[in-house]
Design a binder for this molecule. Structure first.
Ligand code: NAD
Length: 253
């Protein structure tokens, strides 16, 4: 097992990529703390890990609320005494160009995509230093390394995640804390439902994916979970400050 007895916290782990990564961590022996704002899906993800013979618990957490992030980290440290892995995954996508995105859309993107990663990492870091090391994965997107049309709030906040990850990584490498960014492309999860509706339905997005992505298909959440496992395990033991892009070639096409 790659993560035997490691304590892992994953935000937004009730669905999609976060859930697939959390399940994989559970299969690899980690004790997984599922932190999702949707209580039912968080509990279901924890139950799925336990049903597979792993260890997991859910702490209902809305990462847009500072107090709830403090509770998530504080409760984990009280119960387990350490945090080996922090995967800051929950995020939102507010679509549109500059003239159509309201200030509140920009503020929400900053708060959930960037500030929540900042605060959770800030609160977990002293424990990671004291215990001799740890791993942080910040979910960005391939929109954190290239530019898409009409995505000002999403692209700006996701580029900020990559910048913040790189800055954290050089400041804390000497404490044996590795920090990397996860940059998926199109992954078929409920996250894209609003964009699919905006595009005019399922067929429109299927046509888009087939023509715009060199590999001509979506990723599965499980394919991204493989990259998460690599980043949180010792398999990437000399890797820090990197943005790992898994997007079927979209960002370089
Ligand atoms: P998803 O919709 O399948 O799951 C998101 C989960 O996050 C849900 O369980 C939801 O309840 C939870 N969540 C939402 N807001 C939250 C909050 N404020 N606090 C706590 N939990 C919250 O989504 P997904 O596909 O796993 O994507 C989520 C993350 O992955 C985002 O950061 C997104 O930018 C990134 N991402 C997704 C894709 C994609 O195509 N799916 C591509 C690139 C990056």
């Amino acid at each position: 097992m790659l993560l035997k007895d490691r304590i892992a916290v994953v935000t937004g782990a009730g669905s999609g990529i976060g859930r697939a990564g959390a399940l994989m961590m559970g299969r690899e022996g980690a004790v997984v703390v599922i932190a999702d704002r949707d209580r039912a899906s968080g509990e279901a993800a924890a139950e799925a890990i336990r049903a597979g013979g792993g260890r997991a618990e859910a702490i209902c957490t809305d990462v847009s609320d500072d107090g709830q992030i403090e509770r998530m980290i504080g409760t984990t440290l009280e119960r387990h005494g350490r945090i080996d892995i922090l995967h800051n995954h929950a995020g939102i996508q507010v679509g549109g160009p500059l003239t159509e995105v309201g200030s509140e859309g920009m503020d929400a993107s900053w708060r959930i995509n960037v500030r929540a990663h900042f605060l959770a990492s800030k609160l977990a870091m002293p424990a990671m230093i004291a215990q001799g090391g740890g791993v942080i994965v910040n979910t960005a997107s391939n929109s954190g390394v290239f530019y898409d049309h009409e995505m000002i709030a999403y692209a700006t906040s996701k580029h900020a995640v990559v910048a913040m990850t790189r800055q954290m990584s050089i400041d804390y490498a000497k404490y044996n804390v590795r920090v990397n960014a996860l940059c998926p492309g199109w992954v078929d999860t409920p996250f894209n439902d609003p964009f699919i509706a905006q595009m005019g339905g399922r067929q429109a997005i299927e046509d888009y994916v087939r023509t715009k992505i060199p590999m001509q298909r979506w990723a599965t959440a499980e394919e991204i979970a493989e990259a998460i496992l690599f980043l949180v395990s010792d398999r990437s033991s000399f890797m820090t400050g990197q943005a790992l892009v898994i997007d079927g070639g979209e960002s370089i096409a």
